[in-house]
Design a protein around this ligand. Structure first.
Ligand SMILES: [Cu+2]
Length: 119
């Protein structure tokens, strides 16, 4: 699989025995490590648990590390396990999605992954 993804929940799994209940990234659109033709309108992250909207964040960084999303991140009201942010038109390149999720179980997980925009 291309691209890179990291999740730093290991520490918390040791610290909290009910670690299985954390909000882990289930899937995303664009998918983790994917290459997509054309610029996506938004990035959507589905977690394994519902999120606390006020403390859950997602940023999209361009190949220079600059934040390019519209800074309008939100947790979907109908599906509180879905965190999303919208994007302007993106030039071809590798983008990094950096997320931090506060689950309704009060635990925090964080991670990042990349996707490629190809012409
Ligand atoms: Cu938890």
């Amino acid at each position: 699989m291309k691209g890179v993804w990291r999740v730093s929940a290991l520490l918390m799994m040791v610290a909290a025995p009910e670690a299985g209940a954390h909000a882990f990234l289930d899937h995303a659109a664009p998918a983790v490590g994917s290459a997509i033709h054309g610029s996506p309108a938004q990035v959507r992250l589905w977690f394994t648990q519902d999120l606390e909207p006020a403390f859950s964040t997602v940023k999209v960084l361009d190949p220079n590390g600059s934040q390019v999303d519209k800074q309008d991140k939100q947790v979907d009201r109908a599906d509180p396990s879905l965190l999303q942010v919208s994007l302007p038109q993106l030039a071809p390149g590798r983008y990094r999605v950096v997320w931090r999720a506060l689950s309704v179980d009060t635990h925090v997980t964080e991670g990042d992954f990349t996707f490629d925009v190809v012409p």
